[in-house]
Write a protein that binds this ligand. Structure first.
Ligand code: FMN
Length: 219
């Protein structure tokens, strides 16, 4: 599966099968994660076979079921912390999709108390991403249009491809509060309006835009 196919195939999945992630898939994920950590300076790690992270009333209320693995986005706080967590978290999400896994970002509906205990002193927990073999592949949802999230760039085919992929990206409560424009010929993204976790969303949509357009996104 190519990365563009992964962007198309990815939907949030909240209910998982009992099937454990096999050793070869774990090895490839861990190797990919190590590369992300090296590049970003973050401390992203995966908890395998650990149902505690989603063992809470809130997680069940958020309709999560049988989450046995999850990605923890953490690291030293910086001005770019939220953006970096979004950007590298989504890189891992798309890689996981290519490996036949499913995911769902979770800022609220997980067991924050238990996950916080895993974070080293001096580091901050951003959020987590549920990971595993889904009961289903998830469903399509509503999306804003290109006109809602792009200002300029209409004459550049690569810009259009980037926007199309950005609109397929997950955002908190599907808010899609981002706006792409051009700055000295480069794509630039910023938050449009107000929304919780909008900076994390920016990193996520930038990851999709870059994968489809081949251009580095400024923010
Ligand atoms: C930053 C962020 C935080 C999220 N937090 C939660 C959450 O706490 N609980 C939940 O059930 N889904 C959460 N989601 C999943 C979104 O609701 C979902 O991505 C969105 O509705 C779009 O659907 P899709 O991922 O299938 O495209 C979150 C997504 C993002 C990007």
């Amino acid at each position: 599966m190519t990365i563009l196919e992964a962007i198309d195939a990815r939907h949030s999945v909240r209910a998982y099968l009992d099937k454990p992630i096999d050793p070869e898939t774990r090895r490839r994920l861990d190797e990919f994660l190590a590369g992300c950590n090296q590049e970003s300076g973050l401390n992203i790690f995966i908890r395998y076979d650990d149902p505690d992270g989603f063992d809470s009333r809130l997680a069940h209320y958020g309709s999560f079921r049988n989450v046995r693995n999850y990605i923890v986005l953490s690291g030293k706080k910086s001005d770019d912390f939220d953006y970096l967590c979004g950007y590298f978290g989504e890189k891992i999400v798309l890689f996981a999709q290519q490996l036949g896994l499913n995911t769902c970002w979770a800022a609220l509906t997980f067991n924050k108390k238990k996950v916080r205990e895993l974070i080293p002193a001096g580091e901050t927990l951003c959020m987590v991403i549920a990971l595993g073999y889904g009961e289903t592949q998830g469903v399509n949802r509503k999306s804003k249009s290109a006109q809602d999230v792009a200002d300029g760039g209409a004459d550049q085919p690569w810009f259009g491809r980037g926007i199309e992929a950005a609109l397929k990206a997950p955002t908190a409560v599907n808010q899609q509060k981002f706006l792409f424009s051009l700055k000295d010929g480069s794509p630039y993204v910023r938050v449009k309006g107000l929304g919780a976790y909008a900076k994390v969303d920016l990193g996520i949509v930038a990851c999709h835009f870059e994968a489809a357009s081949g251009k580095k996104v400024l923010h």
